[in-house]
Design a protein around this ligand. Structure first.
Ligand code: KIV
Ligand code: ZN
Length: 538
C-alpha cells in the first residue's frame, strides 16, 4: 500500500522566507518559457505562455525570461505580450550578440514595467574555434558593443559568456570585467553542456569574486545557469550560491534542452529546507510550486516522473511498512518537508454535476489559471458533460478541461466523431469525421493492426500529414473506474518532434485526440517556424 500522510498540526519545513528577512536573498530567474520551451516537443502557444507567466509572477519569481524574440514572430509577440502584462516580475528577452537580435529584444520588452535584455556570446575555446571562428579579442569587442547597444534600450542588462564552465579562467575574468565596464548589471555563468562539478563550478564564482573588485563595487549580481546532463544542475547551482552567486536560472520541473535545466522547485525547497546550511532566502511563495508544476506539465505535455523530487507523485508517498509506521507516529521520522508547504492540498474539493459556474471558476483560479469569460463559459459546458459521465470531478479533470480549451486555440483539425470496431476475430476498423480550420468536414475510414493503428491511419489520410509515432503512453489522470484516460504521443515529422495529449473517459477517443493535438502542433510549428536558433552563430 502507498499512503500519502499529511498532518496539519506540525509544519516541519522551516518558516517562510519572509521570516528570514535578515538573510541575503537569491533571485530566482525562471527560464521555463525560453530554455524550458526548447525541450523537444514542448511548444507553447502565446495564451499558454501568458498563463505560465501569470503563474510565475504569482509565485514571486524575480525575473521571467519570456523568450528569444529574434527566433520567430511568434516568439517576439509572446515576449511582448508578457512584457505588457506582467508588472511585478522583471521580464527578460534573450539576444545573441548581434545588432538585429538586440533591437528585436529591445522592442519586445519596450513596454515592460521592468524590462531586461539578456545578451550572450560564447567564450570557451571549443566554441570560439568551432562555432564562432573568432579570437578572444574579437569576442570581447563584440560582447562590449552588444551590451552597450542593449543598454540603449534598458538599464537592466544581463550578459552570459556561453559555455562559461569550459572557458579559461583568465579569459572569463577579462570578459567579465569588460562586460561590467560596458554596462552589464548581471553576469550569468552558464554550464551550457552540463559538464561542471559542484566543486569546479563553485570555484569559478569564488575566483571571479576574489579577482574582480568591480563586482562588489558596482553591486553586480553573479548568476548560475546549469544544465542537467550529468544530473548535477541543482547541486551545481547551489555550489554557485555558496560561492557568491545571488541569482539562479532554472525552470519549472527542470524542463529544458537535452536533460533539462536546474529545477526551480528543487532549488527553492533546498534553500528553504536547509536554510540552516545555506543561510539564504528566496522570495518564492512555495505553496505555488505544485500548482506551477502541474500547469507546466499539463500545457507542455511533458509528464513529471513519479519519483521527481518535490513535485513527483511519489515525492511524499510512503510504501515501506516501517516508513508508514514511523510517519504515522511522528512524521518527521521520514519526511523532511510538509506536502502542504509546496501546495499539495490535503483535502481537495471535489466538484460534481450540481456544482455551478462560481465553484468551477473558483477552482480554476485556485489552480492558478486566469481565463477570460468566454473561455470559462466554454469550459463550463464541457465540465457539465464530464460531470454527467463521472460523478466526481477532481483537480486533474479540471486541469485537463482548461488544457483542452487552451489547446483549442491552436486547433487546425477538430475531432467531430469517432466510431471503432474492434475485438477478437474482427478486423479493427475506425471511421472518423474531423473539421478543418476552414469549416470543411472530412470523413474517412481505415483498417489497422489494432484499433489505435486504424484510427491513426485514418487521421494521417484525413489531415494529409504523415508522421512517425515515436511513443504512445496511456494513464488514468484521476481516480475511480470512471476516471479520464490520458494518452500522450510523440510524433516525428521531418526533423520536428512534437508531443500531443488527449483526454477522454473513452481511451480510444483520448488516443485520437492526442494524435490530432500533435498534428495541430506540427501545423502551427510549420506556420511559425523558428528562423533562428540560439545555437546559430552570429
Ligand atoms: O545554456 C546556455 O548557455 C544558455 C545561454 C543562452 C544562457 O541557455
Ligand atoms: Zn541554457
Amino acid at each position: 500500500m502507498t499512503t500519502t500522510t499529511t498532518s496539519t498540526t506540525t509544519s516541519i519545513t522551516p518558516p517562510a522566507p519572509s521570516d528570514h528577512a535578515d538573510r541575503p536573498a537569491v533571485r530566482i530567474f525562471d527560464t521555463t518559457l525560453r530554455d524550458g520551451e526548447q525541450s523537444p516537443g514542448a511548444t507553447l502557444t502565446q495564451p499558454e505562455k501568458l498563463e505560465i507567466a501569470r503563474m510565475l509572477e504569482s509565485m514571486n519569481v524575480d525575473i521571467i525570461e519570456a523568450g528569444f524574440p529574434i527566433a520567430s514572430d511568434g516568439d517576439f509577440e509572446s515576449v511582448r505580450a508578457i512584457a505588457s502584462e506582467i508588472t511585478r516580475s522583471v521580464v527578460c528577452g534573450l539576444a545573441r550578440s548581434s545588432p538585429r537580435d538586440i533591437e528585436r529584444a529591445g522592442e519586445a520588452v519596450r513596454h515592460a514595467k521592468r524590462g531586461r535584455i539578456h545578451v550572450f556570446c560564447a567564450t570557451s575555446k571549443i566554441h570560439r574555434e568551432h562555432k564562432l571562428r573568432k579570437g578572444r579579442e574579437e569576442i570581447v569587442a563584440l560582447s562590449v558593443q552588444s551590451i552597450k547597444q542593449a543598454r540603449s534600450y534598458v538599464d537592466d542588462v544581463e550578459f552570459s559568456p556561453e559555455d562559461a564552465s569550459r572557458t579559461e579562467l583568465d579569459f572569463l575574468e577579462e570578459i567579465t570585467q569588460a562586460a561590467i565596464e560596458a554596462g552589464a548589471t548581471t553576469i550569468n555563468l552558464p554550464d551550457t553542456v552540463g559538464y561542471a562539478t559542484p566543486e569546479g563550478y563553485g570555484l569559478i564564482f569564488r575566483h571571479l569574486m576574489q579577482k574582480l573588485p568591480i563586482i562588489k563595487d558596482r553591486g553586480i549580481i553573479l548568476s548560475t545557469h546549469c544544465h542537467n546532463d550529468l544530473g548535477m544542475a541543482v547541486a551545481n547551482s547551489l555550489a554557485g550560491v555558496m560561492n557568491g552567486a545571488r541569482q539562479i536560472e532554472c525552470t519549472i520541473n527542470g524542463i529544458g534542452e537535452r536533460a533539462g535545466n536546474a529545477a526551480l522547485e528543487e532549488i527553492v525547497m533546498a534553500l528553504r529546507t536547509r536554510s540552516d546550511h545555506y543561510q539564504l532566502r528566496t522570495h518564492i511563495d512555495a505553496t505555488r510550486l505544485y500548482p506551477a508544476s502541474r500547469m507546466v506539465s499539463s500545457l507542455t505535455g511533458l509528464t513529471v516522473q513519479r519519483n521527481k523530487a518535490i513535485v513527483g507523485q511519489n515525492a511524499f508517498a510512503h510504501e515501506s511498512g516501517i516508513h508508514q509506521d514511523g510517519v504515522l507516529k511522528y512524521r518527521e521520522t521520514y519526511e523532511i518537508m510538509n506536502p502542504a508547504d509546496v501546495g499539495i492540498a490535503k483535502n481537495e474539493l471535489v466538484l460534481g454535476k450540481h456544482s455551478g459556474r462560481a465553484a468551477l471558476r473558483d477552482r480554476i483560479s485556485q489552480l492558478g489559471y486566469t481565463l477570460s469569460d468566454p473561455q470559462l463559459e466554454a469550459i463550463f459546458i464541457e465540465f457539465k458533460k464530464l460531470a454527467d459521465k463521472k460523478k466526481e470531478v477532481f483537480d486533474e479533470d479540471v486541469e485537463a478541461l482548461v488544457d483542452t480549451q487552451l489547446e483549442a486555440q491552436r486547433e487546425t483539425f477538430e475531432l467531430l466523431t469517432l466510431q471503432v470496431t474492434a475485438g477478437s476475430n474482427v478486423l479493427p476498423t475506425a471511421t472518423l469525421m474531423i473539421r478543418d480550420s476552414s469549416g470543411e468536414v472530412r470523413t474517412d475510414a481505415s483498417v489497422g493492426d489494432g484499433p489505435v493503428d486504424a484510427i491513426y491511419s485514418a487521421l494521417a489520410r484525413l489531415t494529409g500529414i504523415k508522421a512517425t509515432l515515436l511513443d504512445f503512453r496511456i494513464r488514468s489522470i484521476s481516480r475511480g473506474k470512471e476516471a479520464q484516460g490520458e494518452v500522450t504521443v510523440d510524433l516525428l515529422h521531418g526533423d520536428l518532434k512534437v508531443s500531443g495529449r488527449g483526454l477522454s473517459t473513452d481511451i480510444l477517443e483520448a488516443a485520437a485526440r492526442a494524435y490530432l493535438a500533435a498534428i495541430n502542433r506540427i501545423r502551427s510549428q510549420s506556420f511559425r517556424k523558428r528562423e533562428v536558433s540560439q545555437y546559430d552563430a552570429v
